[in-house]
Design a protein around this ligand. Structure first.
Ligand SMILES: Cc1cc2nc3c(=O)[nH]c(=O)nc-3n(C[C@H](O)[C@H](O)[C@H](O)COP(=O)(O)O)c2cc1C
Length: 220
């Protein structure tokens, strides 16, 4: 079925296990298939982007993307999430400076900041979205995850790239030098930053990483 899906969607980034299933003749036969639609294409084409053009995402686009986010399904419609977004170079470069300073104690960070293409700690994106969930509420991380995927797929549908970043949230939550930046995000009491989303015009087209189709099993 997945093979059929990738054939019908004509996705640019085919999952590795189906990478050889392109067939122009079959594509033309199934081009009108209901399996071929913009949502499926956005899902199958989305990849984590770690190289961006410098232009920030215009506010009109962000508005639509963020409203797609908060329209995600969520437990009891309690909307246990808070979202912050910034195009601010002062914010992004400021917290990145703290990140760079922390590199001497962390080999992984050191490797990242020594890369000549390194511009900022958010995979060099010009715009960053921060998502916080309500601490101690079981459904909140699920709600926030669904919100994030809506954001990333809406962005994909508009030609933007994204990358979900758990490490950036970990840094902001734990590094004392970053506390002032976390404070500027002004999450309500009881909310905890869960992840960030780098977002911008992509400057790379990463290949799909392989997916393990055996994780899916039909129960007869
Ligand atoms: C919860 C979560 C945390 C992630 N954290 C990071 C991160 O800190 N840095 C990064 O470069 N990518 C991060 N990613 C992106 C994953 O590496 C990526 O989604 C995965 O390798 C699959 O690749 P794809 O998104 O291109 O399909 C994260 C993704 C998720 C869902």
């Amino acid at each position: 079925m997945l093979a059929a899906l990738t054939m019908t969607t004509g996705c640019q980034n085919k999952p590795a296990e189906t990478a050889d299933s392109t067939n122009a003749a079959t594509d033309s036969v199934v081009a009108e298939s209901p399996l071929d639609n913009a949502v499926v294409r956005a899902i199958m084409d989305r990849r984590s982007v770690r190289k961006y053009k410098p232009e920030p995402v215009p506010k009109e686009m962000l508005d639509v993307i963020l409203h797609c986010g908060i329209n995600a399904p969520n437990a009891m419609n309690e909307q246990r999430w808070e979202v912050r977004v910034t195009n601010s170079k002062a914010f992004i470069d400021g917290v990145t400076k703290v990140f760079v300073e922390s590199a001497e104690n962390d080999e992984r960070v050191k490797k990242m900041v020594e890369n000549p293409d390194f511009h900022n700690m958010f995979r060099n994106a010009p715009t960053v979205i921060f998502v916080a969930g309500k601490a101690d509420e079981k459904s909140s991380p699920i709600d926030c995850g669904l919100l994030g995927e809506n954001i990333m797929l809406a962005a994909q549908s508009m030609g933007l790239g994204t990358c979900c970043l758990g490490s950036a949230a970990g840094f902001l939550n734990s590094n004392p030098g970053a506390a002032n930046y976390l404070k500027q995000l002004a999450f309500s009491d009881g909310y905890e930053l869960l992840y960030a989303i780098a977002i911008g015009y992509p400057d790379e087209s990463p290949e799909a990483k392989p997916r393990d189709a055996s994780k899916i099993r039909y129960i007869e």
